[in-house]
Design a binder for this molecule. Structure first.
Ligand SMILES: NC(=O)c1ccc[n+]([C@@H]2O[C@H](COP(=O)([O-])OP(=O)(O)OC[C@H]3O[C@@H](n4cnc5c(N)ncnc54)[C@H](OP(=O)(O)O)[C@@H]3O)[C@@H](O)[C@H]2O)c1
Length: 255
């Protein structure tokens, strides 16, 4: 398991487990399985409506709470100072925890400056260990970084070989890490049979998923692949044999 340090010195696993679109009623088992397979960071959101199942899975796993990084998000309807404070308390209750490790603004809409103020206070009070945003383009990220007392430590954005976010990567404030959502392009566009990725994977005796995830990790990007299958979960977290795929010229990867 590789770890990565955020701007405030908080260390998190560089590879976590995504929980978007996991089926209600199955999330509990999926998360228990992911924890058994070695994942120690779970990404959720108020809008996924699965925080309760995840909270139960974490509690029942028997793994000490402080060994698991929980990341959740404030949804668009809850932007603004007061609303965000209430949404935060709801997430705590759902997750049955006394603190959140990573709290993110889910979308760059509404009064997100109000949300950020609330999150900064919760952070200073020790109730959140790191704060960040999602889906912020370069301009919005730099604006918030320059104008807030605490800069965003994470920007969680769509990022995979077909959508590489090169501009965001090139202009990223030093205080911020990129976290890739949809790192496997949600399984779309036939990614697992892409000829370029397949060629690289075969040459390294790896799978396409492993090549893509390694490519992300070697760029210092955090990744949170989701899988409802134990063998895929294991495959995705198995990076014991680094590949050094940084030299991959990803410009040649087309759908
Ligand atoms: N902040 C945001 O706005 C935002 C938006 C979207 C997602 N997210 C977060 O990012 C996480 C990851 O993104 P995502 O869930 O959209 O998509 P993803 O992780 O890119 O892809 C998930 C898909 O890939 C398949 N898969 C996973 N590992 C595989 C493997 N080794 N071999 C073959 N297929 C594999 C899964 O199927 P199986 O279940 O069959 O393995 C599933 O269909 C989410 O779960 C969520 O936590 C955040």
């Amino acid at each position: 398991m590789e770890w990565i340090e955020l701007d405030n010195g908080f260390n998190i696993p560089q590879l976590g487990y995504g929980t978007f679109q996991l089926k209600a009623g199955e999330v509990y088992d999926n998360v228990r399985c992911a924890l058994e397979n070695g994942y120690r960071m779970i990404d959720t959101a108020a809008s996924y409506f699965n925080e309760q199942e995840i909270g139960r899975a974490i509690r029942d796993s028997g793994i000490p709470r402080e060994e698991i990084v929980i990341s959740t998000k404030v949804w668009v309807q809850d932007t603004g100072y007061e609303q965000t404070k209430k949404a935060f308390e709801r997430s705590l209750e759902n997750l049955q925890t006394g603190y959140i490790d990573i709290y993110l603004i889910h979308q760059p809409y509404g009064d997100y400056y109000g949300s950020w103020k609330a999150m900064g206070e919760l952070y200073r009070a020790g109730r959140i260990k790191a704060i960040g945003v999602c889906n912020f383009c370069t301009e919005r990220l730099i604006d918030l970084t320059l104008n807030a007392e605490i800069p965003p430590m994470i920007d969680q954005v769509e990022l995979h070989p077909f959508f590489q976010q090169k501009r965001l990567y090139a202009t990223l404030p030093k205080t911020c890490r990129i976290e890739a959502w949809g790192p496997l392009n949600e399984g779309q566009r036939n990614i697992f049979a892409n000829p370029v990725l397949k060629y690289i994977a075969d040459r390294h005796h790896k799978t396409v998923a492993q090549v893509v995830l390694r490519w992300l990790l070697e760029q210092g990007i955090i990744a949170i692949p989701r899988s409802g299958k134990s063998d895929h979960q294991k495959e995705n977290i198995d990076h014991s044999d680094p590949l050094t795929v940084r030299i991959l010229n990803t410009d040649h990867i087309h759908e």
